[in-house]
Design a protein around this ligand. Structure first.
Ligand SMILES: Cc1cc2nc3c(=O)[nH]c(=O)nc-3n(C[C@H](O)[C@H](O)[C@H](O)COP(=O)(O)O)c2cc1C
Length: 217
């Protein structure tokens, strides 16, 4: 069964958790979709210190902390929905640290995320507080990992966008237009995940991928 992993980059249980869980609920209405949820909330998350040990040892990061759980979940997911609060017009430091720590994905699981689906949600306290930049940061993570980005059906553009007025769950709930983009995104990610799951299996049966990483050093 295709699995969609929902990730919240908020250090608290607030609007982002609500938005990501709502997107997962919408995704689950598509037959055959299973979901799991993971949050940075109360997790110990160390920074990448660029020691390159992961590269040398061809392994995930030596730091045995909250990210370990995420490493295991992400490799088995067929689709990923990542939500982040907008912090200084960008993703949170916790989420950025998770993305950095997933750097060895390309060695541990070469092309492990290739042709999988990603969808992004940004939750800002202000109506136009940097949601677009936050979505771009998340979508770039998907692109970098050879995934296909889904922004949602027409009107969603590049993902789900919430204006929470800094009021946690209630703020998100009151942004009815924003919550519609979140539900639509969840559904779009689910449909695309079904399509690419079938497509990946069919491709592997008939073809061998000729894609190789391009290195300049
Ligand atoms: C350090 C920090 C920086 C923030 N920067 C922004 C910002 O640049 N733009 C914005 O719209 N909201 C900003 N906010 C507000 C949060 O994005 C907003 O309250 C969000 O809904 C929090 O999500 P949560 O309830 O899931 O934690 C900031 C909040 C914090 C704590």
């Amino acid at each position: 069964m295709p699995l969609i992993l929902g990730i919240s980059g908020s250090p608290r249980k607030g609007a982002t958790e609500y938005a990501v869980k709502t997107a997962l609920e919408a995704a689950k209405t598509v037959e055959g979709i299973e979901t799991e949820y993971w949050s940075v909330h109360q997790k110990k998350i160390g920074f990448c210190i660029h020691c390159d040990r992961c590269i040398r040892e061809k392994s995930f990061c030596y730091q045995d902390d909250g990210v370990r759980e995420l490493e295991n979940l992400i490799v088995k997911a067929d689709g990923i929905i990542v939500g982040s609060p907008v912090y200084d017009m960008n993703i949170t430091a916790q989420l950025a640290a998770c993305f950095n720590r997933l750097r060895p994905m390309f060695i541990v699981q070469p092309s492990g995320l290739r042709h999988k689906i990603g969808g992004a949600i940004a939750v800002g306290g202000t109506r136009h507080g940097g949601q677009e930049f936050t979505l771009a940061a998340i979508n770039n993570f998907f692109i970098m990992n050879e995934m296909h980005v889904v922004g949602g059906p027409g009107g969603c553009y590049n993902g789900g966008k919430i204006w929470s007025k800094d009021a946690k769950v209630q703020g998100a709930q009151e942004d009815t237009v924003g919550m519609n983009t979140v539900r639509a995104l969840g559904l779009a990610v689910a449909e695309a995940t079904i399509i690419t799951s079938i497509g990946r299996a069919a491709f592997q049966e008939k073809y061998t991928s000729r894609l190789e990483p391009v290195r300049d050093h």
